[in-house]
Ligand binder design. Structure first.
Ligand SMILES: Cc1cc2nc3c(=O)[nH]c(=O)nc-3n(C[C@H](O)[C@H](O)[C@H](O)COP(=O)(O)OP(=O)(O)OC[C@H]3O[C@@H](n4cnc5c(N)ncnc54)[C@H](O)[C@@H]3O)c2cc1C
Length: 379
């Protein structure tokens, strides 16, 4: 968000509560819809250095690995690649670009605690882990602070996220082991009753990101590192041999409970919400981060236009226009992701119908199905 603003000449302060990167073992698929925004910020080359351009999608059956659908893609034929990245690599690329902008200030290790807005702007107080505070004032505040958003709470929307009954196990495997699954460098999905797995190469192909999603009784907040190997073994006991081998080669398992939450009002006066803070997306469409990047592009454009036309007084109407512009899109993506979750996890005999439908859909049908998602352009 800050980069999109700064490139338009609007100074921004980024406030990040943490002092380092968490979720080291996590990967991100970044679709062309968000890739277009990142390319527009001149990040094509640094992303190429750390990412992998997906060569397609393969869907397999959990138990025996039988191929249900193969959608090969030639990245050279795509204007914008479907990128596969380590989350920390994307963070580094964005951070380097932000550091190079003189009109971006980074405040790290302090989180938003309170806020108050009036006709002139928004004041906020920050608190650090060792108690050090700071007050800031600006024309507006954009809450991009994730699923458990403090800013959303401060806006009065305190209904908590709802546990879905699923958890995601994430880890990285060395690249050579991933090769044993015999896939082209792309995204592979394995669908099973009440569970699925997804893996894809990251870090220039040197590692494979593996995520296993399964039913769970209890929710845990945030990332937990106690993804014990013996528990994992039982989760993948019935999986195909290549998937089991990949899981056995992976290390650094982290577990994340999956929560859902209704979309928030994305603008209140001079305060806007963006990304998971506004509309968390279940990871069954791999679009949560991409949607946050789209949000940022739209909000920055509308803010720049309003500031140019009406000065500081234009901020609330720009934020309201942003909320109106994004409402239908984010609701559609959230719904599509929930729908995928239901279909991915079907048990027998409904899974049989799904498998037949996937075979009939084929590569062409699958591509057409998601045109609306990946062809998105701002403005
Ligand atoms: C298993 C799994 C797989 C996924 N795979 C994909 C994928 O392939 N592609 C994709 O697009 N999405 C994916 N997602 C979704 C994606 O991770 C999220 O949608 C995305 O991270 C949301 O970004 P965000 O910036 O809105 O929030 P976050 O990434 O949660 O970032 C919020 C930031 O705000 C900070 N913060 C919190 N509170 C405060 C405060 N009070 N003050 C200051 N800072 C604060 C946090 O420390 C954090 O750095 C996946 C999610 C999961 C769980």
């Amino acid at each position: 968000m800050a980069l999109s603003l700064a490139r338009r000449g609007i100074a921004a302060t980024v406030i990040e509560k943490r002092t380092g990167f968490g979720e080291l073992g996590a990967g991100l698929q970044i679709g062309p819809n968000a890739g277009r925004v990142l390319d527009g910020l001149d990040l094509t080359l640094p992303l190429k250095r750390v990412g992998v351009s997906s060569q397609g999608l393969t869907i397999r059956r959990w138990a025996d690995g039988r191929e249900l659908l193969a959608m090969p893609t030639d990245p050279a034929a795509l204007a914008i690649p479907y990128r596969l990245l380590k989350r920390s690599d994307l963070h580094m690329v964005l951070l380097d670009a932000a550091r190079a902008m003189p009109n971006i200030r980074l405040v790290v290790g302090r989180g938003v605690e309170t806020m108050a807005q009036d006709g002139e702007g928004v004041s906020t107080t920050l608190t650090g882990q060792n108690g050090q505070g700071e007050s800031l004032h600006g024309l507006g505040l954009i809450g991009a602070d994730g699923l458990w958003s403090r800013v959303r709470d401060l806006c009065g929307d305190t209904a908590p996220p709802v546990f879905t009954g699923y958890e995601a196990w994430r880890a990285l495997a060395p690249g050579t082991k991933a090769g044993s699954t015999g896939e082209r460098p792309g995204v592979t999905l394995h669908l099973g009753p009440g569970r699925h797995a997804v893996h894809y190469p990251v870090a220039g192909g040197r590692e494979t990101n593996l995520v296993i999603v399964r039913r769970a009784r209890e929710a845990r907040e945030g990332w937990s590192r106690d993804g014990e190997a013996n528990m994992l073994a039982s989760h993948i006991a019935g999986a195909s041999k290549p998937l089991r081998e990949l899981a056995e080669a992976a290390s650094g398992w982290q577990v994340w409970s999956l929560f859902d939450r209704k979309p928030a009002a994305m603008a209140r006066g001079r305060v806007a919400l963006l990304g998971d803070a506004a509309h968390p997306v279940l990871p069954f469409l791999a679009q949560g981060a991409s949607l946050a990047i789209e949000d940022a592009a739209v909000l920055a454009r509308l803010l720049a236009q309003a500031l140019e036309a009406d000065g500081a007084g234009g901020v609330p109407s720009a934020l309201a226009a942003y909320a109106a512009a994004r409402a239908a899109r984010v609701a559609r993506v959230q719904d599509a992701s929930r729908g995928n979750g239901r279909v991915f996890h079907l048990g027998w005999p409904l899974s049989l119908g799904r498998d037949i439908a996937l075979a009939r859909l084929g590569a062409r049908g699958m591509r057409d199905r998601y045109d609306w998602l990946y062809e998105w352009r701002d403005g």
